[in-house]
Design a protein around this ligand. Sequence first.
Ligand SMILES: [Zn+2]
Length: 501
Amino acid sequence: MYSRIKSAVCTGIEGREVFVETDITRGLPSVSVVGLASTTVMESKERIKNAILNSGFEYPRLRVTINLVPADLKKNSSCLDLPMAMGILVSEMKEYPPETDEFAVIGELTLDGRINAVRAALPMFIELKAKGTEKVIVPSGNVSEAVMAGISEIYAANRLTDAMEILLNPMGRELFRKYGDDLVNETDECEDTLDFKDVNGQENAKRAVMIAAAGRHGLLMVGSPGCGKTMLAGRIPSIMPAMSEREITETAVIRSLAGPAASLGSPVRPFRHPHHTIGRAGLLGGGTNIAVPGEITLAHNGVLFLDEICEFDRHNIDGLRIPLEEKRISHFRKGETYTYPCDFQLVMASNPCPCGYYGDKEKECTCSQADIERYQNKLSGPIMDRIDMRIAMERVTYTQLTDKGSGLSSSDMRASLERAHNFARSMGRTGSNSDLTALEMDKHCRLGAEEKNFMREAYEALSMSPRSYVRTLRVARTIADLSESKDIKEVHLAEALSYRM
Ligand SMILES: [Zn+2]
C-alpha cells in the first residue's frame, strides 16, 4: 500500500515543503530511502524501526520504499523521522487508510518512540503556512514556533502513539491541540527588565554608550574589573528602538535555527555575550554536518558583547572582519552553502592590563611595563579598526554609588535616541552613521571653516590616521544628531575626539 505525508526541511534559513511517499510491496524485508537523503536521514531507518516496535506497533516484514519529494532537494535533518514512521504505519493499513493530506508532520524519534523537538522548525512552518497548510502535528518543544508562523491548528505529540492518535481519531484530537494563548506567560517572563537607571555614577560612560547605540558605532570600554562594563553593555538593548515585525521574524528564525526555541516574538533586541573560551564555530557559525548559526548571527539585529577581548583567540577575532563588513556570513558544508545574516552592534570590553588595575586610583598594578605593552598591543588590528569609540572607565566612588536615582534612565536615553533617528531621517539619512559612505559623508559631514581649522590642528597634534579622522567625523555626526543640529560644530567634534582614548 501507498501513503503520502506532508513535511518540511530547512536549507540555510529557508524552509522547503517535502512529501514523504511510502510504498510497501511484497519481497524480502528491507527498507530503502530514495530522494537525496543525507546520512542523517539514512540513519533514521534504524531509529524508526525501533520506535515503531517500542510503541507497540507492528513493523512490516515486507519491502518498504520511502521516496522523499522533491528528489533534487537535499534532505539533511532528523525532522523527517516522524513523517517516515507515520508513513510506514499508514501504508500498512489495508482498510480505511486515513486522510493524511491535511496535516504536515515534523519530529525526530527516539528509539523508545518518544518525539524530540527539532531545530529550524520556524522557517519550515512559515513555508508550510505559505503553501496553505493549516494543520500540523509537531513535537511539544516546537509549538511556539508553529504559533509564531500563524498555523491555525497545532497538535503537540510527545510520542509516536500520540501522533497516530491525532491522525486517526478526529474526536480525540482536541486533547492534543495547543493554542497561542497557552504560551503568553512564557513570553512575558523573558522581557528584558535591565535599566540604565540602575547603573550609578557612570554618567560619562552612559553618554558614550548612548552615542554608540544611536550611530551603531563599534565601542570598546577599558577599565578595571568591577567598574561596570558588563552592566552597561547588557543594558544597550533597552535603549535601542523596538524591532519591526520583519526584524522580529528574522530574529526568531535565527533562534529557531540554533535549536528548538520558546518565547519567540519579543521586540527586545538580542544581546549575546559569548565567553572568551568560545571556539570558532561557536562564534562565527558552522559545524560538521550542517552549518549552525554562531553568536554573530544570533546577535543579528542586536548587540554582540565581547568581554575581555584580549583573552579571545586572535584568529577567531580576526574572523569577524569580513562578516562585520558584509553583515552576513557564508558557510560551506558538504557541497551546500549556508548564508546567515549578522548585522549587529559590536561592543567590546577589556581590562587595561593583565592584572586589571593599571591606572586604577586605589589598587596598585602588579604588571611589568612589557606585560602592559604586550597586552595593549592586542587592542589593535583589523577588528579594532571597526571600533569608532574607545572609552576609559573608572571605578565608581562611594558617593556616586549611593547617590541613587539621579542619573539617566533607559527610557530617557531611548527617547534621545529616537529624536536623533527622527532628525537624521528628516535630513535624508536612513542607515547607521557608522556605515556612512564617502559620498554620504561629503554630503552630511561637511565642516565649516572654523571646524576645519579645529580638525586640522587635532589631526596634527594627535597624529591621527586618515581612518581615525573618518571615524571621528562619523561619531561627531551622531553627536550632532543627538542635539538635532544640521551642522557638525566644534563642540561635537571635541566630544567625538574624546572617545579616541
Ligand atoms: Zn596590571
